[in-house]
Design a protein around this ligand. Structure first.
Ligand SMILES: NC(=O)c1ccc[n+]([C@@H]2O[C@H](COP(=O)([O-])OP(=O)(O)OC[C@H]3O[C@@H](n4cnc5c(N)ncnc54)[C@H](OP(=O)(O)O)[C@@H]3O)[C@@H](O)[C@H]2O)c1
Length: 325
């Protein structure tokens, strides 16, 4: 099969499409013929050699895919050959075929094309497991998403609105904020021209928001703390701005704040399957009802993986970038 190989850790040019062996699959796995895979910011970090795949996973890039089941491990009873699925991967999506534990595959939601389904597993599992399972965002609460136009952000806006939250976003351009508004965001803040703490305070009568989903990290930590309401929860899923900071903790104690952080990729197989199952139960009905839609910026052939990485690193995109084998 063809797959994108990292010839050496480095810039986008190190991504090369090559002929490689088909993946082997275990007794509890399915083999998927890939229809599409989607980029994640983490792929660019793996490409640089800074985000190794978990032990036993494919060394190829690609944290999610959609496609058709081509073969089944001997213990797999929940899928059949020919089923159309999308899947949360620990790696290996940038290829024509990928093996994945059966519990990490999901049916393609009705109303979504097989291609576009590739854009859903990583954002749905990340946002559901963090914002809803751990930070327990609930109807009537206020929710601030940094990077509102990112793959994660465009999904988080929609599912949070569906769940009845009031959604605040930050993004770096008016075009991105307009896209966030179209997806349902209530308060759109251009972080380049406005102080998000002041705007959050103004919009919440001085109280602050109940939950924040952050991927900027260090530079936002103090400002996130300052933007939270009593019993507020900050969930950090990335460190795009850096991971080191100095913080005044006193507001945390006074306002009983919770700070959490977690990554999806290094969780156990059991843990991932449990999250996938919660996502199917809670998120898939919103997608089938047309309340949450895939947001795809562009489709590129797998042979243009290097170009797709250049594009994501410009941060010009809104939503997800898909690669088609
Ligand atoms: N923990 C997990 O399990 C998990 C899972 C998935 C993703 N993530 C993390 O979630 C984040 C979003 O991922 P994604 O794939 O959705 O990203 P993405 O689509 O590439 O979007 C990232 C956006 O963040 C903004 N941004 C980039 N650098 C920034 C900086 N230094 N400061 C402020 N904003 C910046 C940019 O928009 P603006 O123009 O608005 O700045 C950019 O478009 C990443 O940090 C990723 O690693 C974590």
């Amino acid at each position: 099969m063809k797959a994108v190989v990292i010839s050496n850790p480095g810039g986008p040019e190190v991504l090369q499409i090559q002929e490689v062996e088909d993946p082997e699959f275990g007794d509890d796995e399915v083999l998927i013929r890939v229809e599409a895979t989607a980029l994640n910011r983490a792929d660019t970090i793996q490409r640089k050699g800074l985000y190794p795949p978990p032990k036993g996973s494919s060394s190829f890039l690609g944290l999610e895919c959609s496609g058709t089941i081509q073969a089944l491990g001997k213990n797999v009873t929940c899928w059949k050959i020919g089923d159309q699925v999308c899947a949360l991967l620990s790696g290996g999506g940038y290829a024509e075929k990928v093996a994945v534990p059966a519990g990490q595959a999901l049916p393609v939601p009705a109303g979504v094309s097989l291609k576009d389904a590739a854009s859903l597993p990583e954002v749905a599992c990340t946002v559901w497991s963090t914002v809803f399972m751990m930070s327990r965002l609930s109807a009537g609460e206020t929710f601030l998403i940094h990077g509102g136009s990112s793959g994660i952000g465009t999904f988080a806006i929609q599912i949070a609105k569906y769940q009845g939250a009031k959604v605040f976003v930050t993004a770096g351009s008016e075009e991105k904020l307009a896209a966030c508004k179209d997806l349902g965001a209530d308060v759109c803040i251009n972080y380049k021209t406005e102080d998000f703490v002041a705007r959050v305070k103004e919009e919440t009568q001085g109280k602050g928001v109940d939950v924040i989903l952050d991927s900027v990290g260090g530079p936002y930590f103090q400002r996130n703390i300052d933007s939270l309401n009593f019993d507020g929860r900050l969930f950090i899923i990335g460190f795009m701005g850096g991971s080191v900071t100095e913080v005044n903790l006193s507001g945390m104690l006074a306002r009983r704040l919770t700070v959490q952080s977690a990554g999806l990729r290094y969780r156990s197989l059991e843990n991932k399957a449990a999250i996938v199952s919660e996502v199917e139960k809670n998120v898939w009905p919103a997608i089938v009802a047309g309340k949450v839609k895939p947001v795809v910026y562009t489709y590129l052939p797998l042979s243009e993986a290097a170009e797709s990485h250049r594009l994501i690193e410009t941060s010009k995109h809104i939503g997800k970038i898909l690669l088609i084998p």
